[in-house]
Write a protein that binds this ligand. Sequence first.
Ligand code: GLY
Ligand code: MN
Ligand code: MN
Length: 432
Amino acid sequence: MEVFRERRRRLLDLIDGVAIFHAPAASLRNCDVEHPFRQSSDLYYLTGFEEPESVLVVTSVHPEHRAVMFVRPRDQEREPWEGPRPTPDAVKEQLGLDAAFGLDDLGAKLGDYLAGAGRLHYELGLDRAFDERVIAAVRRLRGRRHRSSRPWPCCIVHPEATLHELRLVKGEAEIASLRRAAAIAAAAHLAAMRHAAPGRHEYEVEAALREVFLRRGAARVAFEPIVASGPNATLLHYTGNRRRIEAGDLVLVDAGGELDFYASDVTRTFPASGRFSGPQRRIYEVVLEAELAAIAVVRPGATVDQVHDSALGTMVRGLVRLGLLQGDPAELIAQESHKRYCPHRTSHWLGMDVHDAGSYFEGGQSRALVPSMALTVEPGIYVSPADDLAPAEYRGIGVRIEDDVLVTASGHENLTQAIPKGVAEIEQACRR
Ligand code: GLY
Ligand code: MN
Ligand code: MN
């Protein structure tokens, strides 16, 4: 409980007014079946509470309360199916809040909590129905502005400016969770390398991944696993995972588990039969060189753009060497000719969400890294099977290599270092 209280205290240092965070409702898949529920990362970060539809109000303007929650009321009819819901009193006690109410009180009390706040910290656009309730409360306060000298929330601020700044720099417990999530990703990727073989299907490899994640305590995968064999590896978001793996294929596996609400996100690309062909290996070595060069840049003070530029520069020089691009590497990048083969950026923040919260720019500039940020480094080269400008031997090859990297005081730590990625190591892991 103390870690969540401390986070709320730190949020209060950043806000002037009221912040509202709310959990989604469970969403219906069909008839009586729901999609798996996953708590909102923002709400969980501040409370550790997993109930759907909960609303957290953090306020610097209320005379007595700083943190208040509204929770789903008990429902006698649902209890035999879902178990009892915690009462407001229990929630107040359990989470160390100043007050807690049933959600049925939200309409009456929201205006009271917003009164006197010149700023409302709230993410508009996540849930239109809830937006309407918040906007209605704000309008009612505005309607009283002739009568009351107290501020009303004329300014609505996205949590990127406040809470997400906190989420971006991880605390010790969060780093420990990221490490555990990285460790299960390592085990899962090794299992995938052992399972992928000509004649097997992509979904069989997916099953091997999921088995390791679940067996090792992951509540869920951090995103739908990509098991892309042969030409499927050139589709960035391929998640069909139905194809039969053929001899001579590369298999690109991009998968991560979510442990204690923290994600891992790792990609390895390996030969199904245990040995890279010449062209596969040449592309692979360019991507590997780029990945290592980009990771080497990660240290406090370096920017996200510098990490990307390092990867991209290395890849474009490699593409010229291999005859996939012709010309001066710097000019090719300036003209964006590389996008044919290297269409995506190199990094994203990693944390509770796989593409974690936090701004990538500061004062209009690429953001400088600070210790305890976590990011992926994931360069890739993808040659479409239909690319008739590419030398034929490279068509249909897709390679990405992705690791999870923590910024440390002295540089960085690769949390997923243990997963094979050198050519010889990979070939050995696949043949085991
Ligand atoms: N797996 C999603 C990504 O790599 O960004
Ligand atoms: Mn990934
Ligand atoms: Mn990623």
